[in-house]
Write a protein that binds this ligand. Structure first.
Ligand code: C2E
Ligand code: CA
Ligand code: CA
Length: 527
């Protein structure tokens, strides 16, 4: 902890003053004593008093001799008050120091405190290695948006408490701000032991948090950096833990990752994206690419999925996997979506009026209360009929937000905008979503389609899911169709719409179907 240097200095200064005053008092006393002896002081005063009795001079002198008693009384009182004031001031200073070094919500040490604790630990790291765990909640924003800030605050309090319960007494548990926590585990020379400890901490996020009336499962991404000699200062160690945390976050699930050299470059790249994304959106450098959606029976193009690309200044492209998660985290996904929708709808205005267009919606956008109005406004502006638009909602985004999604789907459908369940099969509760929510299209995830020609399990899944979706009255779309064999299989299973490199890669302009696949499709489908 940071030492309170100024207070100590002030106390020493007080003691010094006291010593000087006492010394001066002694010196004066001995000077007076010397003079008194030299001049026979008392006898002279007594003689003067004797000869001036009529003036009450002796009583006055007697009173003067007794007055130190009252002065002592006043001095003791003043000293007492000064003492009390000092105590109050010290208490206030201690409180301010506490506030400066602790997070007011959780009461845990804050970032400044954490940096100091790391710097202290780094001094002895050669003999006593330690690990820094940077813990970031996976869906904190969504919890705040969905359940309100009070619940969000309760979650942070609970996370702090769980981390303290899951760690030894000598571990440092801090709250760096937002949904970021730091744990320092001391004396971690044994790798297996460290992994076991990190696992214990990670597992504390498996159980749901009971926050008032709501129960929330809030996974966490944990980045681990071990301090031996890899990090020279607190900031570097935190950067390493942060880089590992983002690697873990990319995987999307509750878990942890250890820092490895090289990861910091990815973190730097991420920071650059974060810094430039806002202007890229505002200046129209996020551009739509169009990937054809093909009617599997006729082989004709039904429309396109609009996929975001970031056009870089050197002419290169940045892919959505790199910037969409950052746009979501930094609250820019809404603006990105509206800009992309507007631009795409403008660009396609001269294309066939039969085409339909799909755009991806992020979970964070479910809480945008003006979403439907703003989409309609853009469609009106660009002259696009709402019935030609479909929004794709990723399955895993729905998990703890079913009510909001249900309302949103109802609003969209009331405006004739269709809704697709994207990446089907990658979430946890797929079938529940299918029965509870009124989707128009079910889009089977590409992981089941890409190896369809060689994987019997994938074939069974796609066939069963297609039959199930049809029985529920949904259109079935498959993505990741990369070869003719897969296209033939999905057509046999009765899937309606196909998307994949076989038919066309996402491109900046309207696509012309690759002649070979068109020929094969037509011959097989009789179209
Ligand atoms: P997605 O919605 O599942 O989009 C399909 C992705 O699969 C696209 O990647 C597409 O290029 C790729 N793909 C298409 N056909 C094939 C194929 O035959 N084989 C393989 N291996 N891949 C194929 P892309 O464009 O990189 O997009 C990745 C993801 O980024 C999208 O997955 C979507 O989740 C997200 N995304 C893209 N644009 C946006 C956007 O505007 N908003 C939001 N929220 N997310 C977006
Ligand atoms: Ca999609
Ligand atoms: Ca998909």
């Amino acid at each position: 902890m940071v030492q309170d240097v100024s207070k100590r200095e002030r106390l020493d200064f007080g003691a010094l003053l006291l010593r000087r005053d006492t010394l001066a008092a002694f010196v004066l006393f001995f000077v007076a004593l010397g003079l008194s002896i030299w001049f026979d002081g008392f006898e002279r005063i007594a003689a003067v008093l004797d000869s001036n009795k009529a003036w009450y001079a002796d009583e006055v002198v007697a009173a003067m001799l007794l007055s130190p008693l009252s002065i002592t009384f006043v001095a003791v009182r003043i000293l007492g008050e000064a003492q009390r004031e000092l105590q109050l001031r010290q208490a206030a200073e201690a409180k301010m120091n506490r506030m400066a070094l602790h997070d007011p919500l959780t009461g845990l040490p804050n970032r400044r405190n954490a940096e100091q604790a790391i710097a202290d630990a780094l001094r002895t790291a050669a003999d006593k290695p330690f690990a820094a765990l940077l813990i970031d909640l996976n869906r904190y924003r969504a919890v705040n948006d969905l359940h309100g800030h009070v619940t969000g605050d309760l979650l942070l309090l609970e996370v702090g408490a769980r981390l303290q319960d899951a760690t030894e007494n000598d571990a440092f548990v801090g709250h760096l701000g937002g949904d970021e926590f730091l744990v320092l585990l001391h004396g971690v020379s044994d790798g297996d032991q460290l992994i076991a400890n990190v696992q214990t901490i990670s597992q504390t996020f498996d159980d749901a948090f009971q926050l008032g009336d709501v129960s929330i499962v809030a996974g966490a991404s944990i980045g681990v950096a071990v301090a031996r000699d890899c990090a020279s200062d607190a900031r570097t160690l935190l950067t390493h833990a942060d880089a590992a945390m983002h690697r873990c976050k990319k995987r999307g699930a509750n878990g942890f990752a250890f820092f490895e050299p090289g990861m910091e470059f990815a973190a730097k790249h991420r920071a650059e994206i974060e810094a430039e994304l806002r202007s890229a959106i505002e200046e129209g450098r996020i551009v739509p690419f169009y990937q054809p959606l093909v009617d599997l029976q006729s082989g004709g193009i039904l429309g396109y999925e609009v996929l975001a690309r970031w056009r870089l200044e050197d002419g290169g492209l940045c892919m959505p996997d790199e910037f969409i998660p950052i746009a979501e985290e930094t609250d820019q996904i809404g603006n990105l979506f509206y800009a992309l929708l507007r631009r795409a709808m403008q660009e396609v205005s001269s294309w066939s009026p039969q085409f339909r267009y799909s755009l991806n919606l992020s979970a964070i956008q479910f809480t945008d209360e003006w979403l439907v109005e703003r989409i309609l406004q853009i469609l009106v502006e660009t002259g696009m009929a709402p019935g030609r638009l479909e929004l794709e909602i990723t399955e895993s985004a729905i998990d703890d937000d079913v009510e909001n999604v249900r309302k949103l789907i109802a609003q969209l459908k009331a405006q004739r905008i269709s809704v697709a369940l994207d990446d089907f099969g990658t979430g946890y509760s797929s079938l529940r979503h299918l029965s509870e929510l009124e989707f128009d299209t079910l889009k089977i995830d590409k992981s089941f389609v890409m190896d369809l020609d060689s994987n019997a399990a994938s074939q069974n899944i796609v066939r069963s899911v297609a039959a199930l979706a049809h029985s529920l009255g949904l259109r079935v779309s498959v993505e990741g169709v990369e070869n003719q064999a897969s296209a033939d299989i999905v057509r046999q299973y009765g899937c309606d719409i196909g998307q994949g490199y076989l038919f066309g890669h996402p491109a900046e302009t309207e696509c012309v179907i690759i002649p070979r696949s068109e020929k094969l499709l037509r011959s097989a489908g009789g179209g």
